[in-house]
Write a protein that binds this ligand. Sequence first.
Ligand code: BTN
Length: 260
Amino acid sequence: MDQSALSKLLSASGLADLRYLPTTGSTNADALQWLESGAPDFSLVIADEQTAGRGRFDRRWITTPGAALAFTLILRPVPAEMPYIHLFSPLAGIGVSAALEKSLQLYPQIKWPNDVLIDRQKICGILTETSWNGDKLVGVVIGIGVNITPLSLPPAEMLSYPAACLEDKAGKTLDRWAILAEILHQLKGWRKKIAQDDFFEYWQNHLAFAGEEVEIRGAMGAEVEGRLVGIDPSGELVIETDNGEVSIQVGDVHLRLRQP
Ligand code: BTN
């Protein structure tokens, strides 16, 4: 793959601009730099290999050449989107899930707020980062890593959650560029519906662990245990605990099924 071939393949995706890198440290780091130096809304950085890929909670994310999709989309929210910035991560989860449903007839679930699972195994991780100039938002970068072939799976000792790849789930070899095109198409469409009824309905209908006992650990170590009820109209996760319902904001929290 090279930049001009990929531009052609993605010509219908509505991208403003595209940078393809055979290898890089992290497409999120590249995208933040590009955002700060003027990248237009809906620009894409994509790499075949990442040597310093970033995951949530300061974890590493490995991207082996030829085995995965690793890309970051640059968004410059318009004023009407500003109240919904916290929904940009779930937007990415919804876009990926909808693309896999449509192009591969798989039934993904979204582990709140945004990991995409199939059969309770992680297929896709999402890391959203923002850039601020004082109190003014410069933009948002949404980094998406999708496991395509078995070679995309990290070594067992690096796994923080059971993982799988799309080719194993689909039972055939896949064209990752066609999947990328569908993800971009879905992201563009769902962005227009952010925070609308359809958006919450899709998210709720694809929510992993609904009705099950879960535990949530916050970035500050606080823990909530209870039954996962669903998401409320603002996207907060509702958990029924022994002391009543608790709502958890989209943010840096770990969600897990509770071990019996
Ligand atoms: C997670 O921890 O689940 C989030 C992983 C996000 C990985 C993607 S791969 C493309 C982009 N570039 C990065 O450095 N990270 C994200």
